[in-house]
Ligand binder design. Structure first.
Ligand code: 5AD
Ligand code: SF4
Ligand code: FES
Length: 362
């Protein structure tokens, strides 16, 4: 191992330069980084991996992010919304199989009727599961009042990726208008925290024009904003999006994957007690992507519970896995995978961010 990496890994506090050094590690240095991250994980969050049963509620979206396959402007996508009964069936499946928590994810919409429908669904899920299922929402930017209504109806965690923390890069991947405003997104993270949610954020890795320095700043962003949970993964191009024009200047997919794995490992060392997801995009590139993430620091996994007939249409990027498998298959598959990665499953537990619990008691 090089002396430099050894020195960095022994430090209490990592500087930006240290982080850039770790993200650039290759060969034996990289293995040392992974080993150090695995140790931190074992010590601070343990071996347990917590489930969040994922319901991709709808691919209707009012936004037009330039990288995303379900952007409003993609007329090739067939739009759907899962029925209330199907959501409740999926929630019951999660509850009966002791998944502990659900994530409800969808494109961004904010009509009155929609907001009320989500609110009703949350109450129904809480009632059905006798309050036992934890609920995470991933429904985009909303008003403070909406965040509050959904919180009061039973959601207690919210995921809103900043996507890229550099305000100068943000407009490269989003249309230049008020709906896609970096500062509004930042404000949303603040509001979520104020309302009382455990707040999750994240970024995409390997975007065109993004540098290792930017990625180091992304990690520091999570730290500065005291984020409780992080989900991040490789950017994967989608043919029917404007950003497909940059496909030839991207790193290879394997390089993006390897960089994402290092991001997870460095984040675990930087923020020892947060929840980190092993994301689906990791598996889209490497069939063992999520297991590898778990080994180097991730402790959350999101088995897909979306009814199979809709899965093909929730295609944010190419090669999204699990589109043919149903809930039962994904459950069995994941169990085997997690055990292979040396993890244990936290059945029947919410698996809240330890970081959040700590900041609540301060
Ligand atoms: N590649 C990787 N991740 C993507 N997302 C959207 N489009 C892509 C893509 N092409 C991610 C965004 C969003 C999350 C739901 O999916 O980070 O927040
Ligand atoms: Fe909509 Fe989210 Fe896709 Fe942006 S990333 S277009 S908000 S679903
Ligand atoms: Fe869905 Fe493996 S997790 S098939």
């Amino acid at each position: 191992m090089s002396q430099d990496i050894k020195k960095i890994l022994q430090k209490e506090i990592l500087t930006r330069t240290d982080i850039i050094g770790l993200l650039s590690a290759e060969g034996d240095d990289r293995n040392q980084l992974f080993a150090a991250a695995a140790q931190v994980k074992e010590k601070y969050v343990g071996k347990k991996v917590y489930y969040r049963g994922l319901i991709e509620f709808s691919n209707l979206c009012g936004k037009n992010c330039l990288y995303c396959g379900i952007r409003a402007g993609n007329k090739k996508t067939k739009r759907y919304e899962v029925t209330e009964q199907e959501v409740l069936d999926a929630a019951r499946y999660a509850w009966e199989n002791k998944f502990g928590s659900l994530v409800i994810q969808a494109g961004e919409r904010s009509g009155k009727e929609y907001i009320r429908r989500i609110e009703d669904l949350l109450r129904e899920i809480k009632r059905m599961s006798k309050g036992e299922l934890g609920i995470t929402l991933s429904l985009g930017e909303q008003s403070e009042e909406t965040y509050r209504r959904w919180f009061d109806a039973g959601a207690h965690r919210y995921l809103l990726r900043i996507e890229v923390s550099n305000p100068d890069l943000y407009p490269k991947y989003h249309p230049d208008n008020k709906k896609h405003d970096y500062h509004a997104r930042l404000e949303a993270l603040y509001l979520l925290r104020k309302v009382g949610y455990q707040v999750g954020s994240g970024v995409m890795i390997g975007l065109p024009f993004q540098t290792t320095e930017d990625l180091a700043d992304d990690l520091l962003f999570f730290q500065q904003h005291d984020i409780d949970m992080v989900g991040m993964g490789p950017y994967i191009e989608h043919e029917d999006t404007p950003m497909y024009q940059y496909k030839d200047i991207l790193m290879t997919r394997v390089e993006r994957f390897n960089l994402s794995l290092k991001m997870v490992a460095v984040l675990r060392i930087l923020m020892k007690d947060i929840n980190i997801a092993a994301t689906t995009a990791m598996q889209a590139i490497d069939p063992m992507g999520r297991e590898k993430s778990i080994k180097v620091g991730a402790n959350i996994i999101m088995p897909n519970l979306t009814p199979t007939q809709y899965r093909d249409d929730y295609k944010l990027y190419e090669d999204k896995p699990c589109t043919d498998e149903d809930a039962e298959e994904c459950k069995r598959c994941l169990e085997a995978r997690i055990h292979m990665a040396g993890g244990e499953i936290g059945y029947g537990e919410w698996g809240d961010s330890k970081h959040f619990a700590k900041r609540k008691h301060e």
